[in-house]
Design a protein around this ligand. Sequence first.
Ligand SMILES: Nc1ncnc2c1ncn2[C@@H]1O[C@H](COP(=O)(O)OP(=O)(O)O)[C@@H](O)[C@H]1O
Ligand SMILES: [Mg+2]
Length: 271
Amino acid sequence: MEKIKLAIEKAKADRNQLAGAATRTSVQLTAPQIIQDRPHFSSSDLKQIVLDRDHLEDNRIITFDRSDPKGASFDMLRTQISQRMGENGWQTLAITSPRSGCGKTVTAINLAFSVARHTDRSAILVDLDLRKPSVAKCLGINVEKSLVDYLQGTAELHDILVCPDVERLTLLVNNRSIKNASEVITSRILLDMIAQLRKFDPSGILIFDLPPMLSTDDVLAFFPQVDCTLLLVASGYSTISEVESCERYMQSTNYLGVVLNKFEGTQEEYY
Ligand SMILES: Nc1ncnc2c1ncn2[C@@H]1O[C@H](COP(=O)(O)OP(=O)(O)O)[C@@H](O)[C@H]1O
Ligand SMILES: [Mg+2]
């Protein structure tokens, strides 16, 4: 009992230390011993929200509507990814790109919708682009408490998880950017949160919307925490050498492959 109390106190101290992070450029993070019990809450305890369909469509979130033929490419992507993940017992997927603007957030959201709507697995989408969080904006949702509050110790995990009106989908968004993102992305508190999310829904897929790879070393530092990775590149924007650099780094991960986004070639209408 005494050991558990000590560990909880250590974890709280770590969170309080992070609380000052927003105003400082660097924070000395300790490595507390954290108890990783299964979270004591269920989906029905989480904040429920209704998504605005028009906002989604305006922001290229198309997998919401099953009848939209444009969703076919996401369905193919989802099938391939969920098969590979299922075969290997993988639970976490990281999506990154060489630079920002390639479409990571749009793809991560569409993929999460597609998994939740078309498979028997649930999806949890986590905004881990700590410097430039944009999942909430893209979905048109306004949350009072988000990831940064959890990291600062002013919210619990069940305060920041949100259930939209899409069955089997849970969102963990962030409404403020974090200055010392490099440290936070590998901090004990964030890694513990991921462990908690894994336990919250052991059969679900956790999708992380990560920062771009070539701007900082955040993504490289985070890779050991994920089961598999996906590289998103944008047609007419990402260069061959950028893609090659990213792929070199990603060979040390369970690399699922590269997805070409923003391609403007022709597409078959029906097949
Ligand atoms: N397939 C696509 N076709 C056209 N525009 C796209 C596509 N995917 C994303 N976009 C747009 O590109 C911009 C950047 O997308 P975003 O997902 O925010 O990129 P990232 O997260 O990689 O920075 C957004 O305006 C988004 O709507
Ligand atoms: Mg983004």
